[in-house]
Design a binder for this molecule. Sequence first.
Ligand code: IVH
Length: 712
Amino acid sequence: MTADPALRARDPATLTEAEAAAELAALAAEIAHHDALYHGKDAPEISDAAYDALVLRNRAIEARFPALIRADSPSRRVGAAAAEGFAKSRHGEPMLSLNNVFSEEEFAEFCASIRRFLGLPAEEKLPFVAEPKIDGLSINLLYEHGAFAKGATRGDGMEGEDVTQNLLTIPSLPKRLRAPYPARIEIRGEVFMDKADFLAFRAAQERAFEEREQRRARGEKLGEAIVIPANPRNAAAGSVRQLDPRITASRPLKLFAYAMGAASEPPADSHHEFLARLKHWGFAVNPLSKRLASEQEAAAFQRSIGEQRASLAYDIDGVVYKIDRLDWQRRLGFVGRAPRWATAWKFPAEQATTRLLDIEIQVGRTGALTPRAVMQPVTVGGVVVRHATLHNEDEIARKDIRIGDTVILQRAGDVIPQILGVVLEKRPRDARPFVFPDHCPVCGSHAIRDGEDVVRRCTGGLICAAQTVERLKHFASRRAMDIEGLGEENIQILFDRDLVHSPAEIFRLHQHREKLLALEGWGDRKVGKLLDAIEARRHVPLERFIFALGIRRIGEQNAKLLARHYHTLEEWRAKMIAAHVVGSEAREELGSIQGIGPAIAEELVEFFAEPRALAALDDLAREAPPLPAEAAGASDSPFAGKTMVFTGTLETMTRDEAEAQAERLGAKVTKSVSKKTDFVVVGTDAGSKATKAAELGVRILTEAEWRQMAAL
Ligand code: IVH
């Protein structure tokens, strides 16, 4: 049963009984279809948010027509029990992602930022190694004394799933390295499926699916659900994450190695030498990988790979450019989750046209009302797309997008699809301009735009159910508290059943075991597992805790800066409240943290000035007090835990590099000197900061002293 788009576009409140029955039937079939894909792992066709929207719509219609609730209603059935998972495996060094560029200009800017950071003269060339970027499944392989010891998926970057048994079935994975090798080394690479293998595999899955449908028609036993992968990436990921290694073994998987994690000793001085080592050890390295003597060669390489793309045996979505010198890689380090020394230059995005059926409004965790396009499903770059972001109301007006229009859709890499514009010639007479709501569609509070802000926000704050639920979803999510089994769907269920309204209540759920067991499909095992998972995350490091609060503008990076600076929750809380007074010492201190600008400071102060927010924080802190932040980096450095300021021009490195280096040693770098400052490093032409340091009696270091103490 497929949905009628016209019906799907309608507000549940306007449906007749017959229409509601048709919609409920369509929703039951669609949700069951997505459940099967989701639980079959790695093959979802729609985002979690899109899935949730279906579930919410189903719920809304059922609320109006309780007599129509179907026996197979999605609300009666809580998804199939999740497959018994894999053991967790912690990476020796985090597995990071890459930033993207899409044009020659953006690549030039990437190179310029490297030059600025390292303070390189214009005539110094930037040697790179270029590698085709395969979109597969990235994995981490640990070798101990030359023997393959363990293999894991990327997971959240810190910790993945132990899939050793499955990886052992991949023919191109060396089980032993050819000597000489470091005693212990992590090798990173990509598991993928060739295009031809993928097509054959998909055809086989389609046949199996048909046969299963025929068995269904005959009323016979069905057996395992059959997953038809949408693209080679899903096929590779699904194959590696099989519980039975024999299934993995039957899939045509390949592996290219391209990077290193933790190692007992450095195996090379440059990335191209490292690639040669990989080959020597027995790994397959992409044969198109190439050393480029300077950044000038990148554009030609990009063109050449682009021309070969269609004829390659495997799908690629761009080229990865990595600085060849490993000493430079080390100095450049990382910002957030991506290295400064590498970037993925993606091929141009794919486009398609389709009809815009409706515009929906979603309410986010910070109250932002975000319009989302609902479209006639269309395939763009091998993926079925039904939704696209429309960003905000100005964007809709600027592009003059009307419901019923034919729109040009673009999808680039893993970015959310965008609507570029409309095909005016195809505009139907009855195309309808969209009126952006000035009230929150969920709680009915006023939705207003603040000053220059392009975003309209619900003013309902803590009373708005949408914001509350989104905040809870964020709180429990992988990058935040990381509570296993408490995904978006379960949060929604717990909220709807009045079991959880605030983060603290998650940690009191164990008092409601009986009520949990009464939920449909929540057996002893599931409830026990969930409560254990919650217990396991009762005490997380302060930076995760701060990030989990979901304060606007406080992402992982800022949460980390705050945790490192204030160390404990008590200290942070007290200082944030004191910072309410503009000009106070606490406010100055907050503003002095490197990376915390005035807008962020304002957001923090506002959060702490809101009595209900503060009460919710205190309630949470009583239930789940976070662990104090550890001083990052080597604890034996004289700079660990110290507060430092760099001023003036340094001779041997740029200030950016020096500050990044100090942070790696565990120092807190601030912008201004106060009596809390431990060290001021002065370069040439240092101005008032050096004078102030002298006045306050803060220890002053020359550049040479700093280098010596930092062991650079
Ligand atoms: S290097 C810090 N090299 O791209 C370096 N990644 O967006 C990070 N990928 O998770 C990885 N080909 O799955 C690297 N030659 C290559 C790659 C590559 C594909 C994937 C990998 C990674 C993602 C980052």
